[in-house]
Design a protein around this ligand. Structure first.
Ligand code: DOR
Length: 425
């Protein structure tokens, strides 16, 4: 195993120091380190963070390997600075059995670019009618702890209550896609001034807020852990703020795109901007940013949603919702938050690792900890070219935008998955 000595690097924004990686761990951190056998990386101007952890990734395998595979998505993740991703269950077949979650977990191990932690479905086939085999998935080799029907809401309150109760036995989490389906029938974009002008059916903010309000009450009632996926409205933030103040065991994520883009993008009719939940208003973006800063929103999660060309480059109404996220998330965070490295580490690594229970991830580089880390050049700027992305899909909403920050290197248990900004395999 090669050793790596990163010189003069800022660890999570602190004064520059040297960082030695050997035998899978951070062997030493301090000024003036020497290691004759090590490959030296000049870290001047660079920042080392604990490897990023994504709570919300769609890897599409099994079933839509034309859009993404566990391997291609893992490579995109590594290039984005991630060392672990949680793979959503809306594959085909759905990850609602021990067999499917074990398959995804095994494919992740084989690719060995990031740790792939499968999320199990809450209901059989995501149909919202019967609970899936939650216990069998928890007991499987994949050791599933997060369950989600993401893409669909667990709309039936009795089923949601049962799911919350069931996972309590192993301190599991239900990650809810908060969308009251009756309120979003036929919806194409955020319901508001822009949807009225464009004549598109709207997805009202209350469809999200009503489910979050219900679910925090259910979680409170049964004393279970709830996680809210892709929070997108100012009203949702207020519901979460109140629930957290009461001590409800709820955590929440926001996506990079909901922190940056608004529903005005729909005026282009470019389906690359179609996403679920939809892009909201500037006031929502402001509220989400404030909630991320004050901790009402716990994490940035990508909702990386690759789609094949024929599912995306078509008329708006027929296009699938979803955007790529893994290879641009850190740049968007840097754009939105600035060089607040401790906050970025908290929202993109430490907290998501803690929520998912991923030991060895989300730990700041220090002697003896597993070398799961990423090294960023914050001064670099890059123009996003869809054709250059490692994802099999091209549906980035940031095409030809120039964004701050570049991932220089990523290490998974001491092995580089990215060096000089390029994937090592
Ligand atoms: O935009 C989205 N795309 N939202 C979801 O909840 C699901 C996802 C997907 O699977 O494409």
């Amino acid at each position: 195993m090669t050793a790596y000595l990163i010189t003069s690097v800022s660890v999570v924004g602190a004064a520059p120091t040297d960082l030695l990686i050997r035998d899978g761990v951070v062997a030493d951190v301090g000024p003036g380190l020497t290691a004759p056998d090590a490959t030296v990386i000049d870290g001047t101007g660079l920042v080392a963070l604990p490897g990023l952890v994504d709570l919300h990734t769609h890897l599409r395998e099994p079933g839509r390997e034309d859009a993404e595979t566990v391997e291609s998505g893992s490579r995109a993740a590594a290039l984005g600075g991630y060392t672990a991703v949680c793979a959503m269950a809306n594959t085909s077949p759905v990850a609602d059995t021990a067999g499917v979650v074990e398959q995804v977990w095994r494919l992740g191990r084989e690719a060995n670019l990031v740790d792939v932690q499968p999320i199990g479905a809450v209901t059989v086939g995501l149909a919202g009618e019967r609970l899936a085999e939650l216990g069998a998935m928890a007991d499987s080799a994949a050791r599933v702890r997060i369950f989600s029907d993401d893409g669909h809401c667990v709309a039936d309150p009795k089923l949601m209550r049962r799911a919350l109760e069931y996972v309590k036995a192993f301190d599991g989490i239900i990650a809810q896609h908060a969308e009251e389906p009756r309120l979003t029938e036929g919806a194409q974009m955020h319901e508001g001034e822009v949807s009225t002008r464009l004549g598109l059916i709207g997805w009202p903010a209350v469809a999200e807020e009503a489910i979050i309000a219900r679910d925090v009450l259910l979680a409170e009632h049964v004393g279970s852990r709830l996680h809210v996926c892709h929070v997108s409205t100012a009203g949702s933030v207020e519901v979460l703020r109140q629930a957290k103040a009461r001590g409800v065991r709820v955590t929440a994520e926001v996506t990079p795109h909901h922190l940056l883009l608004t529903d005005v993008k729909a005026e282009t009719y470019d389906p690359v901007f179609k996403v679920n939940p939809p892009l909201r208003t500037a006031a929502d973006v402001t509220a989400l940013r404030a909630a991320l800063a004050d901790g009402v929103i716990d994490v940035i999660a990508t909702d990386h949603a690759p789609h094949a060309v024929e599912d995306k480059e078509c008329e708006w109404a027929y296009a699938r919702p979803g955007m790529l996220g893994l290879e641009t998330a850190l740049s968007i965070a840097l754009d939105v938050l600035g060089p607040q490295w401790d906050l970025i580490a908290e929202r993109m690594s430490r907290t998501p690792a803690r929520i998912a229970g991923l030991t060895g991830h989300g730990v700041d580089p220090a002697p003896g900890v597993p070398a799961n880390l990423t090294v960023i050049d914050p001064a670099a700027r890059r123009t996003i070219e869809p054709a250059e992305l490692a994802s099999r899909s091209r549906n980035t909403p940031y095409a030809r935008m120039t964004l701050p920050g570049r991932i220089v290197a990523t290490f998974l248990r001491g092995e580089p998955t990215v060096l000089d900004g390029k994937a090592t395999k």
